[in-house]
Design a protein around this ligand. Sequence first.
Ligand code: HEM
Length: 418
Amino acid sequence: MNAVLSGPLVPAIVQESLGQIDLADPLFHTSSNQHRVFKLLRDFDPVHWNEDGTEPGFWSVTRYEDYVAVQKDGKSFSSAYTNVLGPQRRTGDEGSGRMLTHTDPPRHTDLRQLVNKAFTPRAVAGLEPYVRSVVGRALDEAVEVGECDFVEVVSLLPVASIAALLGVPESDWRLLLTLTTAAFGSADQEFRAAANADARATAAQAHAQLLLYCQDLMRQRGCDPKDDLVTALVQARDAGRLSEEDAMLFFDLLLLGGNETTRHGAVGSLLALVEFPQEWERLRADRDLLPGAVNELLRWVSPSKHVLRRAVRDVELKGRLIETGQDVVVWHHSANRDERVFDAPDRLDLGRSPNPHLALGAGAHFCLGSALATLELRAFLDELCDRVAAATVTEEPERLASSVINGFKRVRVELKPL
Ligand code: HEM
């Protein structure tokens, strides 16, 4: 059992109700009052011990300052086992200790250096015309149809963007979207747990096809190098810095890392603009607000809900003793609404400044694709403001049952053209 050195004074009734909450339960994340629960945790038990059914318990960190403390303390907290909640906490991941997200320095620094150059704001700027045309076409079609599922409308945006950076030809983007969706499915954890043997076999087959596609592209780039990411992976492999398998894991990670996060970032942004129509009008009238608007919408939506670290030595945080081997989960979703840092955190303010949000992480693992993600969301918002006057949500949106991604299964909306 964990030693409590000097916990905050928690009223018994609050303590009892917080003790019943399981933040690892995907169903908790379908509830609309989760921000109220996170506020209680921030106020009364900011470093909270969460029992986790059949899995070992873990610490939940909900305040901004503690989030940053954990993310910046790479000596005490490791990423090398896994970086999200789930059964892989016991079993380890395929990528544990090998894939960028699942490594610590010096391996992590090495891997990041291989691809950093491709992700700078300058390097991704060239993609803007593609990104705009992809999102513009999707919005045109959606406006024409009238009522649509917005989760579908923005589905090609992230895959096309990362595919362009990897060097996948445009004619294969749809194929990549189909294979990625079939292989990794929805972020809905309930849906995944319920998947039957057939569904799992189909997913495995799609993943195998994706890896074969990657191998084939690597072969082509080996003979005919280009200025793209797959060529960078091939060169790293040939220089002995990556094995063939690690290069393929990298391909997987890059495809996945920016997919659901950006997609649900765009969907959540639309819903936020529907909720705050005056902010939508403000943005339409003043596009200089776009960079700040992207940051505020990232803070608001926090598409990635949490990341996980494992303590590799005993550490004290807010009077709690975190023991070696225990897992610590830091919640972007909560830190980004911390009233100790953000004025009126439950108000969307597209002009908010400063806005030190944590939606893209902090510390060594800060989002590699941050420049790409912000470019995509900026293009999305700009194209949306050019075309759509307002949107009406026509059915109650159904949230994803996921502690990892803040998103929706379906968002039926009617778009009103300008
Ligand atoms: C709105 C969109 C996005 C959000 C909210 C987001 C969020 C995050 C967060 C919170 C992390 C930190 C993970 C950790 O601390 O363990 C991260 C890392 C990462 N992101 Fe993103 N991301 C987004 C888009 C993208 C895109 C477009 C890519 C492109 C490939 C990408 C690739 C990555 C990679 C490879 C990492 C791992 C970095 C490392 O471990 O050093 N992300 N992202």
